[in-house]
Design a protein around this ligand. Structure first.
Ligand code: SAH
Length: 230
């Protein structure tokens, strides 16, 4: 089995690379891809760089070129739901693109013809994440994640995304990765740890908590991988 572990920023995959004793680095399409064997399975790890386009490219390459059969995303996000605080974990049940807008033609926000507003994450891995959470003694909230090519640092925009998509958290890569995995029939799992509240203090909070929140998420994702290989 080959599993892809993906992040958007170096900080999001660094804690994962640190856990591996050795890996092989391949440069491709402007990015580095790290391959390692881990507990009898193969891993391919990469950070995509920020946003929907780069995350689409990286997810596609991990599947098409490196042969990943499952994909787990680890990263940070802005909270919409008031119950999510910095460092808390959210598992995406489904994801939407909050900045995709052809409403002028009567379609709902986030909808693209021949597509759908939401893409659902793999139910088996969500179920597995409950076991991992209980093993680790951690609380993990399930919820909707909204993705767009915007760092949201604005209460009004955040509330609009929250009410339009019933979203609990927002970020910049999840939904595009979801579209790729759905199209290529690869089960995927998107985990995020909160770095900020997507409000006017978001950039300061992000800078302060990126590293610690990224570690929270990465540790959980590695425990997910451990469960998958059991
Ligand atoms: N500091 C970076 C930019 C970070 S963009 C730079 O200067 O280059 C924010 C990243 O964290 C994205 O990968 C996104 O997925 C996630 N994220 C965290 N909080 C977010 C928020 N409030 N809005 C959008 N994305 C957020």
């Amino acid at each position: 089995m080959k599993i892809a572990i993906m992040g958007a920023m170096p900080e999001e995959i660094a804690p994962i690379l640190e856990k591996l004793s050795e890996y092989k680095t391949t440069q491709y399409a402007g990015n580095a891809y790290y391959e390692a064997s881990y507990k009898g399975i193969d891993l391919v790890i990469a950070y995509s760089k920020i946003g929907k386009v780069f995350s689409t490219l990286t997810a596609t390459i991990m599947i098409e070129r490196f042969g990943a059969q499952k994909l787990l995303f680890s990263g940070v996000a802005g909270a919409i739901s008031a119950t999510l605080k910095v460092g808390d974990l959210i598992v995406a049940t489904k994801l939407a693109q909050h900045d995709l807008d052809i409403t002028a033609f009567g379609h709902p926000f986030g909808y693209v013809p021949e597509g759908a507003v939401f893409v659902e994450a793999d139910k088996e891995m969500i179920l597995l994440s409950k076991e991992v959470a209980s093993d680790m003694g951690k609380m993990v909230q399930e919820g909707v994640i909204a993705t767009g090519d915007q760092f949201v640092a604005n209460e009004e925009r955040k509330n609009w995304i929250g009410s339009t998509f019933h979203a609990d958290a927002l970020e910049m890569e999840g939904a595009s990765v979801a579209v790729v995995c759905d199209a290529l029939n690869v089960p995927f799992f998107i985990l995020r740890s909160i770095s900020d509240a997507a409000d006017m203090d978001a950039s300061f909070s992000f800078d302060e908590f990126l590293e610690t929140s990224a570690v929270e998420s990465a540790e959980f994702v590695m425990k997910m991988v451990d469960k998958l290989v059991e």
